[in-house]
Write a protein of this length. Structure first.
Length: 305
């Protein structure tokens, strides 16, 4: 199985020694390596009856690579751990590998190693290494009073897709597809870093929840104006049909892996980013002038997790 998976993958020039030995060797010209890991579990992060193996693999790669992007770095290498029940179809495993490799290749990264073992639940662990190319990392703790808060990427699409699937529907295809495979703006992490972003985060658990992490780590308050939060017309249409609030999806829905960042002023916000608020003195999140007291997003060990 491992040989078959490896045979289908290519390697970038940063891979000095790829799969086949006890360890891989990856070039780190910067002298520092950005590293992150994400674990996806069947029934929690994906369902095999809702998504194909290739879609599951793509989602697994993108979820981890978005964290590297949020540091202002470029993904260079992926290490994959796959735990699967003995009865798992071989084709499903191969398709997961194909999806992982497809997304890694798009950003010039390679799958340099991994492990496969038996378990009771299909589980995928993806470790991503990244390169800062000499830049300082953009951390969560750098937001300053007076900074502009901005976002790039989709907000609420995955949550809307999940709501559609949970009702037994398979359309609109764009929303369902966003739940199956997000579209994180990986390249925008470097764009934000070069533009002078003072802090940045991957929006994986919900905009409010993740902006809360920026606020807490930076010791500031973040103020958001809902009138400028991007809500696509398709979300509004589906929310109306399901009796839901599209702004709730945009503010608290996870799994889109958009990027949120703070910038010194509006002039420094990159072209594709949307300003949605300001950094203020204080603590926590303020929405439309009122402290946010509702649920901020996904919590695996909370009452909804």
């Amino acid at each position: 199985m491992i040989d078959a998976l490896v045979a289908r993958t290519g390697q970038p020039t940063t891979t000095l020694l790829g799969p086949g030995d006890d360890c891989a060797i990856v070039a780190a010209a910067d002298g520092r390596v950005v590293a992150t890991v994400d674990v996806l579990v069947d029934g929690v992060h994906f369902r095999t009856d809702w998504a194909s193996g290739e879609q599951i693999g793509r989602r697994a790669a993108l979820a981890s690579m978005a964290d590297v992007a949020a540091m202002g770095a470029t993904p260079t290498a992926l290490l994959v751990g796959l735990c699967a029940p003995a009865e798992t179809p071989t084709d499903l495993v191969m398709d997961i590998g194909r999806g992982l490799d497809a997304e890694a290749s798009k950003v010039g990264a390679g799958i340099v190693g991994g492990d496969i073992t038996r378990s009771t639940v299909l589980t995928i662990s993806v470790t991503v290494l990244g390169d800062l190319a000499g830049r300082e990392p953009v951390r969560r703790s750098g937001a300053r009073v007076g900074d502009v808060v901005a976002v790039v990427g989709r907000l609420g699409w995955a949550a809307a897709g999940l709501a559609v699937l949970s009702r037994g529907f398979r359309s609109p295809a764009a929303l369902v597809g966003s739940y199956r495979v997000p579209e994180p703006p990986i390249e925008q992490g470097v764009v934000a870093a070069l533009a002078g972003a003072t802090s940045m985060i991957d929006v994986s658990d919900g905009l409010i929840a993740d902006l809360g992490h920026l606020a807490d780590e930076s010791g500031v308050a973040i103020e958001v104006a809902t009138r400028v939060v991007p809500v696509h017309a398709r979300l509004t249409e589906v929310a109306s049909a399901l009796g839901r609030d599209p702004m709730e999806w945009a503010m608290t829905g996870g799994d889109d892996h958009a990027l949120a960042a703070t910038f010194p002023d509006k002039a420094s916000v990159p072209a594709d980013w949307t300003p949605i608020g300001m950094v203020r003195e204080g603590s926590g999140i303020v929405v439309d002038g009122q402290p946010w007291t509702g649920t901020g997003g996904w919590d695996h060990f909370g009452s909804g997790g």
